[in-house]
Design a binder for this molecule. Structure first.
Ligand code: CU
Length: 174
């Protein structure tokens, strides 16, 4: 098991089809853009409903705001960033580091959890940024915190973290 120890890992293993896991609806976004991250929750835990979803915000993604969901409690854990970022002229050195939704999602149902955040220039074009997700159920949890492994279905201790590919900044095309 290879735990993600840095927020940004090499842009290499992106072809892993992850239809049943926790994945981003839009798995790529431009450097410097404001990203709407929509997480697909494909299943619960061995048939059990999901009771809590904890989404960790990697370094370099700032000013994050979660989208509230009816029937779910929402908690925002804030903390210091590793550096001070410029947010449209305002220095920003702290903010949301983890988003926690608490409620219930049946294993037979599908749902999405969303947030918006600024992808700073510190996130390099051509890399994949991973958002570790802990999915808690009454009978245990899925820890989507690993780098994807090619050719592995991603269960049994190798649950891949949802990844976001950073593409060229929009102004590069002008
Ligand atoms: Cu899965």
């Amino acid at each position: 098991m290879k735990l993600i120890t840095t927020a940004v890992a090499a842009f290499a293993l992106t072809s892993t089809a992850a239809f049943a896991h926790v994945t981003f609806e839009t798995p790529e976004a431009a450097q410097g853009s404001t990203y709407l991250g929509v997480l697909n929750i494909g299943h619960g835990c061995e048939g059990e409903p999901t009771l809590r979803l904890r989404v960790q915000i990697p370094e370099g993604v700032i000013a994050v705001k979660p989208v509230p969901k009816a029937g779910w409690d929402l908690e925002i854990v804030t903390g210091a960033y590793e550096t001070t970022y410029d947010y449209y002229g305002t220095p920003m050195s702290e903010g949301p580091k983890e988003l926690i939704w608490s409620g219930s999602l049946d294993d037979a149902h599908f749902d999405q959890f969303a947030f918006r955040g600024k992808l700073t220039d510190s996130l390099k074009t051509g890399t994949t940024v991973y958002f570790p997700v802990i999915q808690e159920c009454a009978n245990g949890s899925h820890n989507w915190v690993n780098e994807p492994v090619e050719g592995h279905d991603g269960h049994g201790g190798l649950e891949p973290a949802p990844g976001l590919n950073i593409t060229e900044p929009d102004h590069a095309h002008h």
